[in-house]
Structure formats: C-alpha cells, structure tokens
Design a protein around this ligand. Structure first.
Ligand code: BGP
Length: 476
C-alpha cells in the first residue's frame, strides 16, 4: 500500500497544476450525478451574466486520460483536483452513487499509474442543490453532512490519496456568495452571513479533519486559503487598527482555526466592530481544537491593499465583465476600511492587481506569524483573453513573464526558510472561470471549446516543463 512517506521519496518538491470539478468535468447530469447549486444557478438565474454553464465545461469527465498524459508530458509530478460532492452523494447526504466513486477511482488510479501524485480537494464551491435548498452553509446540519461526505471519500480513496484538502477558499467563497453577490446564493453586503459561512465552513473542515485522524488515514490533510495578505497604504490613518480589522476580515477566521486549532482571540471584539453574531454549539471549541490541519494550501493571486474608511456608503467593486468594464476589484466598508488603488501596480483586464512580489511577502508572513507550517501553493496563475494562431497555438508570453516572477518569489521564500514543498499552477487546461465564463483563460493547455474540446499545449506549458526540468537538475 502507498504511504505518505513515498510522496517526497524521489523528489523534494511537487510541481503540478490544478482544476476543480465543476469548472472542468462537464457531464453535469451523467451517471447518477445529483444536481448542484451551480447547475441550478447557471440554468435559472438572471445573474448568470455571460449565459454560460458547466454542463460540458472542458469535458474532463471523458478526457481525463488525455489531460493526465499531457501533465506527464509536461514534466508535472502532481495534480490537484476536486471531487464533486453531488457525484458521490446525489442528495448531499444518504444514498451513495457508485458510478461517481468509480469515476474518481479511475482518475486516481490513472494518476498513480503515471506517477502523478493526486492532491484531492473535497469541496470547491459546488454544493449539492438539495443541500443548497435547505439553507446551504447557513443550515446548522451542514457541517455533519460535509463530515459524512468526507468519510465516504476517505474510506473509498484514502488508501491511495495521500494529500487532502477539505475546502477550497472558505473565505473567498463566503465573500462571493455573501458580499459581492456574484456566486449563488447571491447575497449582497451581508456581513452576518459572510462570517457565519466562514464559521460553518471551518467547523465542517475541523469535523472532517477529526474523522480523518480517527479513521487513521495515512496522509496529510489541510485547508486551502486564498491568501490576501493585507498591506496598508502608507498614507492611511490608524494603520495598526486598520490592519487588525482587515486581517480579520480577509484571513484570520480561516488561518487561526486551520493552523492553531481555535477561533481568533479577537473574535468577540470583531463581532462588535463588524456587528455580527455567530450561531454555534458549546462543544464547537473542542472540535476546532482537534481540527488543525497538517499543512496549509495557499492560493496566491493578489494582496489586499487597504486604508482607513474615508467616506461613502458600503460598496463592493468587482469586475466579471473583463475588458467590457472599467471596474477595479475592491471594497468600501462604511466606518471601517476601504481598498486603496495603487496606480503603480499593473492590473489584469478584470481589475485585479498583478503583483508577484506578494508571493514572497505572504509566505514569509505565514511563516513568521503561524509557526512555519508546511505549505503547498495550491493555485497561482494569470487570467487573460487569448487569440490562437491558425493551428490553435497560443503564445502566452504575458503569462510566462508573470508566472516566472511568481515562481522566483516563491523560491526566494523557500530559500528564506519557508517550508513550501509544492506548487500547482492554475490551471491545468482552460476551464470555466465561474461567473466570468470561458474567455478568461488560465490554462497551460488551450481547450478549443467549439471544436470537440481539442487540447493544444500553449507556450507556457513548454516553458513550465523547462522550468521544472532545470529546477530538478539544479537541486540534484
Ligand atoms: C480561485 C478559485 C478557482 C479559480 C481561480 C481564478 O479563487 O479557487 O476556482 O477560478 O480563483 O479565479 P476566476 O476564475 O474567478 O478568475
């Protein structure tokens, strides 16, 4: 039987790429899969602004072998993907769908056959519709439903999967679902639900970590956080206070439970600052105390650059229209803080900062403040519009330039003592970019969605292959 100790036996670093179930699998109603909240939202909501969906996505469900072959060909030794909860438990709880289990067994076995280390995330935004209809992440039974689902996965796949993540980006997911309102169930500026979501997601994660340990699964388990390292505009007033409030808003409800097994010390104070409460049970503290992760997965795209609140009502700035919008990404929270827009920093077409330096800053900050945990960069990438040549080949030099800078900063952090042992580029191939649709492309491999989902590796794919090769040569 494979062991976790085998993972780093012939390599000191994992190099790979990542996807998520809803964004790439397609086959939305095949082989007994239950309907998901995103299926429902995309089929029915006027807020699906590009009128796209994940019904077919990148057709990974039928093409996983080709995708894994391409990873191997590209020098990658690991693959991060997520399991669709509704494929395993069509109703979210209760009846198990054997065909769903078979599919993931096939993916995992094929990875292992090709020496690609599977890194599995249990929940990446795609809640089963039946659970969403019962209040989703605000329902107080949800944490037990998640634990039930996690246990099925540990039992079925735990003999072969050695790297697990419970939940992808509980913070950003809560943010989009409750503050921006662009992800279902589309609540806007709802601070109460934003924090209750995070609490319930972290409690669910802690329950699953508990189960993992009780079942004695050999492997590591953690959570994946979107690290928005907070940086303060030097012209801001009350900088220490603003940092504390913004760091709580962006990071601490996730990082403290995940890395210290408790709730943040400042929670009571912050309930007053933000004006919210948390529905909880008396024994939650004990669950959190046993729910600490073995490592931290970090999705590193940007920082959170903020200053004191100047004036104006609460407002959320977001851009899912890309070049069709001038909106920059940010927030103003009345009376608390607001985003600062740094003109010196480049931005992508969706109004988000491109700032590779923050890879180094964020990694060092976590090392220093949270006891130097094992870290895997679970996502990092750059979304762009792309035009292929007549053969479908994309020369994505802009991606390569930024990719290179991010990697250099990561290796610098490693040299500075950060315990980072893996990197997953987002994404393995082009896929559904949530509410942005399909034209915000992230893949190392182009997917021709209009031409039988043809896969064509991009220039960045070959560049990454060389980078990995050189790294391996130089560290031998
Ligand atoms: C992360 C998500 C991914 C992915 C990526 C790019 O937050 O975990 O699922 O989509 O961001 O974001 P987007 O597709 O919104 O541009």
């Amino acid at each position: 039987m494979r062991k976790y100790s085998d993972v780093f036996s012939d390599t000191d670093f994992l190099w790979g790429s990542a996807t998520a179930a809803y964004q790439c699998e397609g086959a939305w109603n095949e082989d007994g899969k239950g309907e998901g909240e995103w299926d429902y939202f995309n089929h029915h909501s006027v807020l699906n602004i590009h009128n796209e969906d994940g019904d077919e996505a990148s057709d990974f469900y039928h093409r996983y072998k080709e995708d894994i072959d391409l990873m191997v060909e590209g020098g990658q030794n690991t693959y991060r993907f997520s399991i669709s909860w509704a494929r395993i438990l069509p109703n979210g709880t209760g009846e198990i769908n054997q065909k769903g289990i078979d599919f993931y067994n096939n993916v995992i076995n094929y990875c292992l056959e090709k020496n690609v280390e599977p890194n599995v995330t249990l929940f990446h935004y795609d809640l089963p519709l039946k659970l969403a209809a019962q209040g989703g992440w605000l329902n107080n039974k949800i944490t037990d439903y998640f634990d039930e689902y996690a246990k099925v996965c540990f039992k079925e796949f735990g003999d072969r999967v050695k790297i697990w993540a419970t939940i992808n980006e509980p913070r950003y997911y809560s943010y989009c679902s409750n503050i921006v309102g662009n992800y279902p169930p589309n609540r806007y500026a709802d601070i109460q639900s934003y924090f209750q979501y995070q609490y319930n997601l972290m409690l669910a994660s802690a329950k699953a970590v508990n189960s993992f340990k009780q079942m004695k699964v050999d492997g590591i388990i953690g959570i994946v956080h979107d690290n928005g390292s907070v940086e303060i505009d030097p012209t801001a007033e009350n900088q220490e206070e603003i940092f504390k409030i913004a760091d709580f808003f962006y990071n601490r409800m996730i990082l403290v439970p995940a890395l210290e097994g408790k709730l943040p010390d400042e929670l009571e104070e912050m309930k007053k600052t933000f004006n919210f409460m948390i529905y909880h049970s008396d024994n939650d503290a004990e669950i959190f105390s046993k729910g600490k992760g073995d490592y931290l997965g970090l999705n590193l795209y940007n920082r959170q650059y903020v200053k004191h609140w100047e004036n104006g009502e609460t407002e959320i700035f977001h851009n899912n229209k890309g070049a069709d919008s001038m909106s920059l990404e940010g927030i103003r929270l009345k009376g608390l803080f607001e985003s600062s827009f740094d003109k010196e920093v480049r931005r992508n077409k969706w109004g988000r900062e491109i700032n590779p330096r923050v890879m180094h800053t964020a990694l060092l900050e976590i090392k220093e403040r949270y006891g130097n945990p094992l870290i895997l960069i679970a996502e990092n990438g750059h979304g762009i519009y792309e035009t292929p040549d007549e053969n479908g080949y994309v020369e994505d030099d802009e991606r390569i330039e930024i990719f290179n800078e991010f990697l250099e900063y990561m290796l610098k952090a490693k040299a500075d003592g950060v315990n980072v042992k893996g990197y997953y580029h987002w994404a393995t191939m082009d896929l559904y970019s949530w509410i942005n649709g399909y034209e915000k492309r992230y893949g190392l491999v182009r997917v021709d969605f209009k031409n039988d989902f043809k896969r064509i590796p991009k220039k960045s794919y070959y560049w990454y292959k060389d980078f990995i090769n050189n790294y391996s040569k130089n560290t031998k």
